[in-house]
Design a protein around this ligand. Structure first.
Ligand code: AMP
Ligand code: FE
Ligand code: FE
Ligand code: ZN
Length: 278
């Protein structure tokens, strides 16, 4: 079993790096990629535990980018060699944008009449503070009953408290990953929310022209129809297939490590072989 999309508490998951590797071992995973948002921080500790337990840990990261005014998540993997230093410098820059976004997010929520300080959300995060941490503060203050309610009512992309991050354009990020020796994979394409299949396909084509190498065909949010559609699309553009659960631990308990939502993620090891050879 393989899972190429997971988060630890270094971003917005709830498991420690070692804890996640132990869960992977208990689940029977042979290969796991940790793809925290904007940071590799989990990899040092996770790498030690993975070596002890005989699990292959793939270096990965999930980057927030922007295209056509929407948020687009890009996964990047280093299967064989670590990223060049320039990439980590670039990630530091992303963290700066994120901090600035978080400051404005707290401000916007106060504008909506919610007494909230940036420090309250930051206290729940480690390397990065994300909207999930803001959602937890909103729950603690009684403004929402669940993470998803907090997103729908306040901080989701179409909610009144949403503020944008100064994210790089998707093709710029794709190129950056390539320049730094990584394999860029478009994450959970279904979340692009592009209803018109021609628009969606044109968007993917643009990313291929920029250097995209893979498409996340299997993901917890992908039903059978989405899976077939993206598999066919990947094939048309010569993209490698990728897949993962997008495990976040206790904040999304219905999503299982290695198998996604009700077993809708089953990544064949051949997919990893192909991605590793790029
Ligand atoms: P950020 O990078 O801080 O803008 O936060 C993005 C993260 O928030 C995503 O990776 C998800 O983990 C989480 N997220 C986004 N939308 C939702 C939603 N509607 N419900 C629950 N979690 C969400
Ligand atoms: Fe997340
Ligand atoms: Fe994502
Ligand atoms: Zn993710």
């Amino acid at each position: 079993m393989v899972d190429l999309h997971t988060h630890t508490y270094e971003s917005d998951g709830t498991d420690s790096p070692s804890g996640l590797i132990e869960k992977a071992f208990a689940t029977g995973l042979k290969t796991i990629a940790i793809t925290d948002h904007d940071t590799f921080r989990a990899h040092a500790e996770a790498g030690v535990r993975a070596a002890e337990l005989g699990i292959r840990l793939v270096r990965g990261v999930e980057i927030s980018t922007k295209a056509r005014g929407r948020s687009v998540h890009l996964l990047a993997y280093w299967f064989n060699a670590p990223p060049v230093d320039a990439f980590e410098v670039w990630l530091e820059e992303m963290l700066k944008y994120r901090r600035e976004r978080n400051r404005r997010l707290a401000e916007r929520l106060r504008g909506l009449g919610i007494p909230i300080e940036l420090a309250e959300a930051e206290a729940l995060g480690r390397t990065i503070t994300g909207r999930v941490h803001f959602a937890k503060v909103l729950i603690a203050k009684g403004y929402a009953k669940s993470i998803s309610e907090a997103f729908n009512k306040y901080i989701g992309e179409d909610a009144p408290g949403f503020v944008t991050m100064e994210d790089p354009q998707t093709p710029v990020a794709v190129l950056k990953v390539r320049e730094c020796g990584g394999v860029p994979v478009l994450a959970h394409p279904v979340r692009l929310g592009m209803k018109d299949p021609e628009v969606e396909e044109a968007f993917v084509r643009e990313q291929v022209e920029a250097g995209l190498l893979g498409l996340e065909v299997m993901h917890s949010d992908h039903n059978d129809a989405a899976r077939s559609r993206y598999r066919a699309m990947a094939k048309r553009y010569g993209l490698a297939y990728s897949g993962g659960s997008d495990f976040h631990g206790d904040i999304k308990p219905q999503i299982r490590l290695g198998s996604g939502l009700d077993g809708n993620v089953q990544v064949p090891v051949e997919w990893v072989d192909r991605l590793s050879s790029l």
